[in-house]
Design a protein around this ligand. Structure first.
Ligand code: ATP
Length: 350
């Protein structure tokens, strides 16, 4: 079953333009000029129930605008959306009962009252029964370690504490779909890790579908099997994270520690005919860069390990941050490269 179904979704904004100078300001008083911005340009994607999908893109790519349309805050200019079987901006009451939303930069909790009082208000808003509320709250307090925070006003909480409370607030009514807009922004690494672990177990236990936007690719690595990449309002990649790495990653780096001193010339001689690049760090340690498609790691290793005694080997995986940065930078030319020999399950949008 589909949790989210988006077809040819588009959002345009009219933005007021100001003319410069005194004359312009006077003209603006009488007749405003408007400019049209298309934040989301006819995108389509489907997310099955139970999937955790990362929605990424640079600043201004259109991520928040999409999330706002998916949660019914904004009405699309054109296109179709079904979330949990509902059209988000139409059937509001039924729709919101099935979704949870956390905007990392904004709070859904009341600033001056105790956390638990906010929870009780949300219980009323979502019409959660006393028994369900109690059960759910106990579980969330336990798993997000909230017991010391419940009586404190939100304004007295640290960012990490507040974010744990925000997550609990969004889940009190046990929604089937959770939308997270930058859920780990500004948090330290310990809290980020706790939140990722919590989301993973939530997904496993309840099959909660999660769509999250983030600039932190560690969130994606930790949580998402699938990633949708947006650039200037259009989807430029929709597929698995592993495929993304395999297709866009340039290669792997292997670091070798030798038992006995060796030389660069000796290493190059051993891998003669293979398209790899050696770098000697000292006489007992060297790095070799093995480009994907042009050489394979087992061939390189078998040639070296068979002859030299090795003390240690480390394989450095492709860094997703670098890959994604490069895709953003390279734009359409690189997208064309992806279109060749497209693997199954990966949709590339030009
Ligand atoms: N209410 C609005 N009125 C006019 N323009 C808007 C409005 N909301 C968003 N935009 C514009 O739409 C484009 C997409 O913005 P959006 O906030 O969706 O991007 P984003 O990918 O979420 O970026 P960020 O990572 O910075 O949050 C931007 O050019 C933005 O200025």
């Amino acid at each position: 079953m589909l949790a989210i179904d988006v077809q040819m979704l588009r959002k345009e904004f009219q933005v007021q333009q100001s003319r410069g100078g005194l004359k312009g300001a006077v003209q603006d008083l009488f007749k405003r000029e408007y400019k049209q911005i298309t934040a989301v340009k006819d995108i389509s994607f489907q997310i099955p129930k139970g999937e955790i999908c990362g929605y990424i893109g640079e600043n201004g790519a259109g991520k928040s605008t999409t999330i706002k349309m998916l949660t019914g805050i904004l009405v699309p200019t054109s296109g179709h959306i079904k979330v949990n079987g509902y059209v988000p901006f139409k059937e509001r009451e039924k729709f919101v009962a099935g979704i949870g939303v956390v905007f990392g930069q904004r709070s859904q909790l009341w600033w001056d009252i105790g956390v638990v009082e906010s929870f009780q208000l949300l219980k009323k808003v979502y019409r959660v029964s006393e028994a369900d509320y109690k059960k759910r709250l106990d579980e969330l307090v336990d798993r997000l370690q909230l017991s010391d925070l419940l009586s404190r006003p939100v304004r007295k909480l640290s960012l990490g504490q507040r974010m744990r409370c925000e997550l609990a607030a969004s889940l009190l009514h046990n929604p089937e779909i959770l939308f997270l807009d930058e859920p780990t922004i500004g948090l330290d690494i310990v809290v980020k890790t706790e939140i990722r672990e919590f989301l993973k177990s939530l997904n496993q236990r309840y099959e909660t579908t999660i769509l999250l936007t983030t600039h932190d690719l560690q969130d994606i690595e930790a949580l998402c099997s699938r990633v949708i990449m947006l650039d200037d309002g259009r989807i430029i990649y929709d597929g698995g994270l592993e495929e993304l790495k395999a297709r866009w990653g340039k290669g792997k780096e292997v670091v070798l520690q030798f038992e006995h001193p060796t030389t660069l010339a000796r290493l190059q001689e051993l891998t003669l005919g293979l398209d790899v690049a050696w770098q000697l760090e000292n006489e007992l340690s060297a790095k070799v860069f093995i480009p994907y498609e042009r050489a394979n790691i087992s061939e390189v290793l078998s040639r070296v390990v068979g002859v030299l005694q090795i003390q240690d080997i480390k394989i450095n995986e492709t860094n997703t941050d670098d890959i994604v940065r490069e895709i953003y930078k390279s734009g359409s030319a690189e997208v064309k490269r992806l279109e060749i020999d497209q693997p199954e399950g990966v949709t590339i949008h030009a």
